[in-house]
Design a protein around this ligand. Structure first.
Ligand SMILES: [Zn+2]
Length: 305
């Protein structure tokens, strides 16, 4: 039972990769030109010195960190890739399950001054199980080849939808509480030595029909109108700044693409659709293409039922 579930969810990691784009700022009209005759020379403003970063969160594989950029930052980069910054200077970064041990965070001021910080990313020991069996293909190959590309295209298109949400700033709720049946990052190695894709999210063993809550504010980017081969009924919610939740195997989805959802709102019911052998809720979190661990973001589960 557990084996198939892991395989399916892990497989989804491989095929559900896509990239997201930030919303381009709306073009602003230039103010009309005004000719001013200076009465005395205007001193040039000195460059604003950069301060230091404030970071809050786990510098660990699968971890998510909220930050405040140094005052005067006009551009921010993580390992050379641009990171969007909110108007108040805050930002979010995260570290993939397989993130390297060192990352470089760099802020640049409008005058070209830079400040960088080397981040040490703690490694984790992932649950690896070695099996005496070979992987099984869950769907007849002909059906898979015919149907799957369209599903992947839908997922990738959803991840390109520009979203404006502040949910990424909020403390994340558990969308459902119950026994955690498969951890994020776990992986299987088969008899032939081939490693399966790792589990991209966390599985919560809840009965069919359990309400699924939005863990934070967001915008629905995909609400599948039929069960996908692997994910079943799939719901994607973007929380802004590249942070995204995916909920899989749902029995019913209550929201529609483009709809805003609020933290704690019931957005779906759990189920057993797609490639599963039993009812549970699979919850994945990503920051752009980095897969992150919901357990680190939502914290210890309380009030299990
Ligand atoms: Zn799963």
């Amino acid at each position: 039972m557990k084996r198939a579930r892991r395989w399916v969810a892990g497989f989804a990691v491989l095929i559900a990769s896509g990239s997201c784009v930030e919303a381009a700022p709306a073009p602003q009209a230039l103010p009309p030109a005004v000719i001013v005759t200076p009465t005395r020379p205007v001193p040039k403003a000195p460059p604003v010195p950069l301060g230091d970063f404030v970071l809050k969160g786990s510098l660990i594989q699968g971890g998510l960190v909220l930050g405040m950029a140094p005052a005067g930052t006009s551009a921010l980069m993580l390992d050379g890739a641009p990171v969007p910054i909110a108007a108040d200077g805050s930002f979010v970064i995260a570290f993939d399950r397989d993130a390297r041990p060192v990352a470089m965070l760099e802020a640049r001021s409008a005058s070209g001054e830079t400040i960088s910080r080397t981040l040490s990313i703690s490694p984790r020991a992932w649950a690896i199980s070695r099996l005496a069996t070979l992987p099984k293909f869950p769907v007849p190959p002909a059906d898979f080849d015919r149907i799957r590309p369209g599903e992947i295209a839908q997922i990738n298109a959803a991840r390109k939808v520009p979203v404006d949400s502040q949910g990424w700033r909020q403390p994340f709720l558990w969308p459902a509480t119950g026994r955690i049946s498969t951890l994020f990052g776990s992986q299987r190695i088969y008899r032939n030595g081939v490693a399966g894709a790792y589990h991209s999210g966390i599985d919560i063993a809840v009965p069919q029909g359990t309400p699924v809550l939005a863990p934070a504010d967001g915008v629905v980017t995909l609400a599948s109108d039929h069960a996908f081969l692997l994910e079943g009924n799939l719901l994607l919610v973007a929380h802004g700044m590249g942070v995204e939740s995916a909920f899989m195997h749902l029995s019913r989805i209550l929201v529609s693409p483009g709809q805003r959802v609020l933290r704690g709102q019931v957005i779906a019911y759990s189920g057993a659709t797609g490639r599963v052998t039993g009812a549970h809720l699979h919850w994945s979190l990503r920051w752009w293409s980095a897969k992150i661990d919901p357990l680190l973001v939502a914290g210890p589960m309380s009030g299990t039922r």
